[in-house]
Design a protein around this ligand. Sequence first.
Ligand code: B1M
Length: 215
Amino acid sequence: MSEALFELMKQAVIDGDPEAAGELSKRAVREGINPLEAINRGFVPGLHLVGEQFDQGEMFLPDLVLAGEAMKAATAVLEPEIRKSGAARQTLGTVLLGTVKGDIHEIGKTLVGTMLSATGFEVIDLGVDVPFEHFAVKAKEVGADLVGVSALLTTTMAGQKDVVEALTRHGLRPRVKVMVGGAPVTESWAREIGADGYGRDALAAVALAKSLLGK
Ligand code: B1M
């Protein structure tokens, strides 16, 4: 039953159809399907397929844009449901989150933020294309415990290192922890740039944030 719905969700992203993606998300909510599962098993496989076809020159930038719009229409319905389901209400810590300079991919970063806030972290999302220094200035201003830096492009990953360095220059390390993530990012990259950890996906990011802050 859910499998058929997940297949329609995947297709809505491939078709770049925000209206269908939104409607299917509402249907998932009505049918009591776990919203994170709808994202991960329904919509994300569609994005992966679009990404692969774009890579192979079988789909083009407008397809990527529309697939992104469809995904955003889905998360606009599903992320508030994830937040509602958050059981923990005490603050586990303050997380500053953003996508690094030069990179405008926001879907994965926003999902990580939603999961963190549903778990009980206070999340301040700086958005996308965030200058390195801004992470440090803001971290100081809000008293962040953890800075999360997302990068989706091999060309912008290097910016995660710049953020670690900016935090060091501002005297915030090692007190303020750094978590990195995004499709091209790996555990060894995190180690190489002096970050405290790498989150493979939104669930792993929550587990990592908890362990880094000793929760
Ligand atoms: Co872009 N894009 N894109 N794109 N795009 C990729 C990333 C790409 C892999 C597609 C491909 O070629 N196969 C490729 C990168 C290649 C590379 O660098 N090796 C690519 C490219 C090339 C580009 C452009 C350069 C295209 C162009 O202009 N010629 C351009 C760059 C723009 C820029 O940033 N400067 C571009 C633009 C775009 C759109 C704007 C059209 C759109 C984004 C829309 C938006 O975000 N509002 C877009 C999209 C949609 C994609 C794909 C198809 C999907 C990304 C996504 O949302 N995934 C992507 C292909 C792919 O990833 N398979 C692709 C779903 C999301 C839930 O997963 O973001 O991986 P993800 O996040 C996961 C984990 O990575 C992790 O948890 C999340 C949830 O599980 N995670 C973290 C993420 N951040 C984390 C942070 C953490 C911890 C975990 O801690 C802080």
